[in-house]
Write a protein that binds this ligand. Structure first.
Ligand code: FPP
Length: 248
């Protein structure tokens, strides 16, 4: 659907047409800025506003789980000033928006490795999780210092250690227990993974969890994401036929 249409047309979705869990790869901040002759960091700043629009839409449509890829374990390879800008924006975002999350009953959880994170980043994570832990509405999961291969290896090592200790029988390892050993334990698999900026890849995001997810890609850069983009995403998802390996 084109976004002008989505903006002007009221769209009704039945609850079973809506995804319970949306994963979002917010891509294209750098290109958005460069095409406007701005520094890449301006793209990340604009990306935070787009993230606020996404969260507002998820609340409006009563989406249960939203998982956003905010910083991958590979993003540390970027120039230090860009890394510092993204970390600074995240800290500012948590500080300024946490009250809004509590008011809107949004529970925040950070997914990713905590190894090697400095104390101010660890404090930001703890504050965000602690202050919203009683919230029962939207579950906002922020993949930060996240890499799915590391997540899978960590789970495999934890399970292997339990087998080696004699706490776990090899035959008791199944999909469910493996799923519960991931950072995303207790979260349902994403129904849909959405990525902006025209790139069509997973980039080490939720590799295990996305086994049966629908994939929706849009050409727009992340800072341009708005309510019309969200409606378009919902509309595309509502048109998908999910079979989970069966015949439907
Ligand atoms: C991808 O665009 C975006 C990121 C690596 C960071 C996403 C960060 C934000 C939206 C802001 C901070 C996050 C939070 C949770 C407040 P890119 O830089 O790879 O763009 P490009 O592919 O055009 O270079």
């Amino acid at each position: 659907m084109d976004s002008a249409l989505a903006k002007s047309t009221p769209i009704e979705f039945t609850p079973d047409q809506l995804p319970a869990h949306i994963g979002v790869i917010m891509d294209g901040n750098g290109r958005w800025a460069e095409e406007r002759g701005k520094h890449r960091t301006e793209g990340h700043r604009a990306g935070v506003d787009a993230l606020r629009r996404l969260i507002a839409c998820a609340i409006e449509f009563d989406i249960k789980y939203l998982t956003i890829f905010s910083f991958s374990s590979e993003n540390w390879r970027r120039p230090p000033d860009e890394v510092n800008t993204i970390l600074g924006l995240m800290k500012k975002f948590v500080a300024s928006d946490i009250g809004t999350f509590v008011k809107n009953n949004v529970r925040v959880r950070i997914l990713g490795s905590r190894d090697g994170l400095n104390s101010s980043v660890l404090k930001m994570i703890k504050d965000a999780e602690d202050r919203t832990q009683h919230c029962t509405g939207l579950r906002l999961n922020v993949a930060f210092n996240y890499g799915s291969r590391t997540e899978l290896l960590d789970a495999a090592k934890a399970i292997a250690a339990r087998v080696a200790n004699g706490d776990l029988d090899l035959n008791d390892i199944d999909e469910n227990m493996f799923t519960q050993s991931l950072y995303t334990a207790d979260l349902p698999d994403p129904d849909v993974i959405f990525r902006t900026s025209g790139e069509q890849r997973l980039s080490n995001f939720l590799l295990w969890q996305a086994a049966y997810s629908e994939f929706i890609f849009s050409e727009e850069y992340w800072p341009d994401f708005d309510r019309a983009s969200f409606l378009s995403l919902l509309d595309s998802y509502a048109g998908r036929k999910r079979r989970f390996g069966s015949v439907g």
